[in-house]
Design a protein around this ligand. Structure first.
Ligand code: KIV
Length: 278
């Protein structure tokens, strides 16, 4: 795929050209820079930061201030990938006006190129408002973590006919409302296939199988850094958690036995200056 900046148009073009879109999460500058340099198409500043960065049990305590702070750090590290900022719980539930203002903050203060929000028909008026304000919106259906208390836990969604139909209808409604892409989280692979085939916009799967038009994972999960809970759909491409622990153990040991620091890590001073200090 092109080395040019990845944009909303690139999302739509990718579906036509059958280029599978790659997306990962990032929450700060250094990781975002590495992901961008590696060539990922899009970076999501997910509200999953509540769990993997801030140590909460779920995403509900994440605030707009948290999102602005982390989105700012990420966009400073990214040149090519399209950065999407998650709208946190309650930032788009109260009114259309408030939703537009909050989406606008992520664009104006934190420089993201699009926002993502969770939900189906209940958020259509908010999507309309935000898109009318010229802010691209990504949808999110299936397992929507901000509804964890209503869903009764982090469970696969859309297994029965009624729920599967609701997710499909919501996907069509979201497309009609103007979203440029939809994340499908934790739904059966064949349901994701039907939805992806019926939509003109690309679907981005997480736990939704290979027929989606792109994939997203939480970076800390795929690098083996977040070990509190590893969902079935995660593939670990590295064990950075173990690497970090081993490196820190070696560092502690070398301090104890005096093999760090060495001459390579210190600064000199002339003898004449030194003499004057005694
Ligand atoms: O918050 C997040 O990281 C997400 C992804 C899991 C899609 O919404």
């Amino acid at each position: 795929m092109t080395k040019n900046k990845f944009t909303v148009s690139s999302f739509l073009e990718s579906k036509k050209k059958k280029h599978n879109i790659s997306m990962l999460t990032a929450y700060e500058y250094s990781t975002a820079k590495l992901l961008d340099e590696a060539g990922v198409d899009s970076i999501l500043v997910g509200d999953s930061l509540g769990m993997v960065m801030l140590g909460y049990d779920n995403t509900l305590q994440v605030t707009m201030a948290d999102m602005v702070h982390h989105c700012k750090a990420v966009t400073r590290g990214v040149k090519r990938a399209m950065v999407v900022g998650d709208m946190p719980f309650l930032s788009y539930h109260v009114s259309v006006e408030e939703s537009i203002k909050n989406a606008g903050r992520l664009v104006q203060e934190a420089n993201v190129s699009a926002v993502k929000l969770e939900g189906g028909k209940e958020v259509i008026d908010k999507i309309h408002g935000i898109v009318k304000a010229q802010i691209p919106v990504m949808g999110h259906l299936g397992l929507t973590p901000q509804s964890v208390n209503m869903l009764g836990g982090f469970k696969v969604q859309g297994k029965d006919e009624e729920r599967a139909k609701v997710i499909l209808e919501d996907a069509l409604r979201l497309q009609e409302a103007g979203v440029f892409s939809i994340v499908l989280e934790c739904i059966p692979e064949k349901l994701a296939k039907v939805i992806s085939e019926k939509l003109d916009i690309p679907t981005i799967g997480i736990g939704a199988g290979k027929y989606c038009d792109g994939q997203v994972l939480v970076t800390q999960d795929m690098l083996g850094m977040y070990t509190d809970f590893t969902p079935k759909f995660v593939k670990q491409y590295a064990s950075l958690g173990n690497n970090i622990k081993e490196s820190v153990e070696r560092y502690i040991e070398e301090i104890q036995i005096g093999t760090f620091p060495t001459d390579a890590h210190v600064f000199g001073i002339s003898e004449s200056v030194l003499e004057k200090l005694y």
